[in-house]
Design a protein around this ligand. Structure first.
Ligand code: NAP
Length: 268
């Protein structure tokens, strides 16, 4: 087996990375940044997002595991005090895998430029360069509504605890293959009317956004922000690819939600 480590880059994360490398010494496991079977991120959820995009082309053969050097994360749920246990289990236990859904985003352009395809682990957001976003929203090619407002956020279940949550979207268990559309400050008046609630769409449903006003948009894919010109439409669906996490011990999703947002369970 081969492993790689991606550190957030601060002193604490780099020290933890070095400690993990020392712990692996003497075992039949080789450090390989290019072709790893397991990628250990050290930092936070943001660090795992970066690693996901770095290894986008080899997702099907990589299992991710995250160590946090700040606060408990959704992707980074191992503590620095548990490094020896983590390394021991990676080396000695059979590797169990869980697969979480991803979001596929295809952007189509007016000027004959080829489509661009992206994969997001958390979400895609669409905001306007100037003024508000005005878009027809189609679900399965049927017009659902015309949106006018600050922007739109389309998230994965595992990204539902990130930006989506700040937009009062629902938290979705990552075993559910779905995407969620959440509004950013929609304008509702006699001309524009939106549903106002986040929408959760199953695997087969394609969500299409058609700009009505401008064609220049700020489109984020996780932490990556790009300006796109001549945008004709944006198509979103559950991606055929998935991300794999090493399930080294059980830490149920709802416990992570509770511990992250409410606080640790009190002893009864
Ligand atoms: P950042 O602005 O430095 O950090 C954003 C925060 O989101 C960090 O605290 C990060 O946790 C946390 N986070 C990332 N993924 C998460 C997840 N799946 N569940 C719960 N929290 C999560 O940006 P970044 O580190 O590069 O991360 C990019 C992400 O930031 C985007 O994908 C988006 O979800 C999020 N974001 C949120 C808002 C908002 O809520 N208003 C605005 C912009 C972006 P760590 O500290 O553990 O890294």
């Amino acid at each position: 087996m081969k492993y790689a480590i991606q550190s957030k880059g601060d002193d604490r994360s780099n020290e933890t990375r070095d400690k993990i490398i020392r712990c692996f010494e003497g075992y039949q496991i080789e450090y390989d940044d290019v072709n790893p079977d397991i990628v250990i991120t050290v930092g936070g959820d943001g660090t795992l997002l970066h690693a996901f995009h770095q290894y986008l082309n080899t997702l099907q053969k990589i299992a991710f595991v995250g160590v946090h050097t700040g606060h408990l994360g959704f992707y980074a749920d191992w503590r620095t005090t548990e490094i020896e246990e983590l390394v021991y289990k990676i080396v000695h236990d059979p590797l169990r895998i869980v697969r979480y859904p991803l979001l596929e985003v295809v952007i189509k352009y007016h000027n004959g430029k080829p489509d661009e395809r992206y994969l997001a682990l958390n979400e895609c957001t669409v905001k306007s360069e100037v003024g508000s976003v005005v878009m027809d929203i189609k679900i399965k090619d049927d017009l659902f509504e015309t949106f006018r407002g600050d922007g739109l956020c389309i998230s994965t279940p595992s990204g539902s605890t990130a930006y989506n949550k700040s937009l009062t979207g629902a938290i979705i268990h990552p075993s559910i293959e779905a995407i969620q559309l959440a509004e950013m400050a929609s304008i509702n008046n006699r001309v524009y009317r939106t549903i106002g609630s986040p929408l959760v769409m199953p695997k087969e449903h394609v969500l299409k956004l058609y700009p009505l006003k401008n064609s220049k948009y700020h489109i984020s894919i996780d932490h990556i922000f790009l300006v796109h010109n001549d945008v004709k439409s944006i198509h979103c669906r559950v991606a055929p690819e998935k991300i794999q996490f090493a399930r080294i011990r059980s830490f149920p999703f709802w416990n992570r939600v509770r511990d992250s947002f409410i606080g640790k369970k009190k002893d009864i």
